[in-house]
Write a protein that binds this ligand. Structure first.
Ligand code: SF4
Length: 282
């Protein structure tokens, strides 16, 4: 079973849930936790028991670059790129390596062969193990914007490892990286807080999942810290609220320190509810 964990807004406790759910499932099954929040991957920090160092591999894409020489119509080339990576100034063509997505469109269109490809490293995939848990981490190079290519590689790596459960810690929001991370999951758990801000962004994430045809459920975190109406959204988007985690100082402190809170009774009860719900689905 592939379980994506996402959230409308950041900071709701998405990684906290992913980490504790993975730790619980790994007690009785082969579990992979794959960190697809590639701009800020930190789920592995909650597992100091895991083997160090990580094995790692570079993620690279093939980007376009202009060959000095003859160009047919540089402004036509510039309008070809949907990502704004090609600039034409007074007949000179320049390609911004930081914006090129490597789609190859300009290469195929150039009648003079004046554009070629070169590899560019944009991130890393790391992997380690702890007992029955495999940790896979995608990390995007600092300042890079091509998150989806790193997400794809991390998903491929995770898929190549045998698992009973695969937990995906997805990027927050309802953007292209979130869509790419959640795609192919059997269910997506959305972590939300009972605040207006969180519920507003939860609606966007629910719409996204509905459009993708992915089953969804809500885990309410920091219960008791607000009165926002998440229940109406749950009904409208067919997303049952399957667990509630109250806000407690001890959980907040563990989260701030990047520590697991395996002994926390409220969190353990919420994880029990989630595991039972997933068990009933499988
Ligand atoms: S390969 Fe694609 S993204 Fe890159 S410059 Fe050419 S058209 Fe733009």
């Amino acid at each position: 079973m592939i379980i994506a964990i996402a959230s409308g807004k950041g900071g709701t406790g998405k990684t906290t849930l992913a980490v504790h759910l993975a730790a619980r499932l790994a007690k009785f099954s082969d579990t992979t936790l794959v960190d697809l929040d590639v701009e800020a991957p930190d789920s592995d920090a909650y597992f100091p028991e895991a083997q160090r160092p990580y094995t790692s591999a570079a993620v690279s894409i093939r980007i376009a670059e202009a060959v000095d020489g003859e160009f047919a119509d540089t402004s036509a080339c510039a309008s070809l790129c949907r990502f704004g990576a090609i600039v034409s100034i007074k007949g000179i063509l320049r390609i911004n390596a930081g914006l090129c997505k490597g789609c190859g469109r300009c290469l195929r269109a150039c009648p003079k062969g004046s554009i070629r490809e070169r590899p560019m490293v944009i991130g890393q995939i790391g992997e380690t193990r702890w007992e029955r848990l495999t940790l896979v981490r995608g990390s995007l190079a600092i300042g890079d914007i091509r998150a989806t290519a790193v997400i794809d590689e991390a998903k491929k790596r995770a898929a190549s490892r045998p698992f009973d459960f695969q937990i995906r810690d997805c990027p927050p929001g309802a953007t292209c990286p979130t869509v790419r991370a959640a795609h192919g999951a059997d269910i997506c758990l959305l972590v939300a807080e009972p605040t207006d801000f969180s519920v507003h962004d939860l609606a966007g994430a629910l719409r996204m999942l509905q459009g993708m045809g992915i089953a969804r459920a809500i885990v309410l975190n920091k219960a008791g810290t607000g009165q926002a109406d998440y229940q109406s959204l749950a009904m409208r988007y067919d997303a049952p609220v399957i667990a509630e985690i109250p806000w407690t100082e001890s959980l907040a402190k563990a989260g701030a320190a990047g520590r697991r809170a395996d002994g926390d009774a409220d969190l353990a009860q919420a994880i029990d509810s989630i595991v039972s719900y997933l068990g009933a689905l499988s």
